[in-house]
Design a protein around this ligand. Sequence first.
Ligand SMILES: C[S@@+](CC[C@H](N)C(=O)[O-])C[C@H]1O[C@@H](n2cnc3c(N)ncnc32)[C@H](O)[C@@H]1O
Ligand SMILES: Nc1nc2[nH]cc(C(=O)O)c2c(=O)[nH]1
Ligand code: SF4
Ligand SMILES: [Mg+2]
Length: 207
Amino acid sequence: MSNQVPEDGTLLPLMEEFYTIQGEGYHTGTAAYFIRLGGCDVGCHWCDVKESWDASIHPLTTADSIIENAKKYPAKTVVITGGEPLIYNLDYLTKGLHEAGIKTFIETSGAYPLSGEWDWICLSPKKFKAPRKDVLEAAGELKVIVFNKSDFAWGEEYAQLVGQNCRLYLQPEWSKSKEMTPSIIDYVKENPKWDISLQTHKFLNIP
Ligand SMILES: C[S@@+](CC[C@H](N)C(=O)[O-])C[C@H]1O[C@@H](n2cnc3c(N)ncnc32)[C@H](O)[C@@H]1O
Ligand SMILES: Nc1nc2[nH]cc(C(=O)O)c2c(=O)[nH]1
Ligand code: SF4
Ligand SMILES: [Mg+2]
């Protein structure tokens, strides 16, 4: 984590921003501008963006410039991801995006306090640093990554902790996908409150 990030959320360590199609979860297939903030200490051994972890290598960027860039694209939706975006105070960034008429979606592990104004929260809880109650209660979708068969029972525990209308997804961990996807299919057929989420952008060869 970087200590030099001001607490008012006006400057954020930006790793990358790109216009693409949401590949995962409830909004799969929807065009959105992705804002990837650097910094994460959750430590998932299978994380597909380990280059994001060290916040200090990602330039501190004004939230105002991020908002100006987001305005340039036809889709009026952003996905704020990382790294772990809730390490930072996202009030200023999301307020500005809303003032520009842009919807705010987040991808988070829920390991840090909820800040920001959100139109959609995708919570993907992790064993390595548990999600907080405030994020569990606000989540629109719970996206459990399945690395091995024990993750089904683990995911059920979190399904009990989210709100009643929260959508439930099982997403294969990418490197174990071939092995785990048949089990996920069987599980969803037996437990239809869950849906499957695939990382469709990786099949489409888009960012
Ligand atoms: C890179 S994370 C960044 C946001 C936040 N730190 C989190 O984990 O939710 C974005 C999404 O990718 C998922 N993810 C990361 N590595 C993955 C992998 N190897 N296979 C499947 N999903 C993965 C995460 O669980 C999360 O839902
Ligand atoms: N297309 C696309 N969809 C995504 N959904 C969540 C992503 C992420 O890394 O947070 C992601 C990503 O990196 N690309
Ligand atoms: S919480 Fe997200 S960014 Fe952090 S290590 Fe896990 S998957 Fe990667
Ligand atoms: Mg990704």
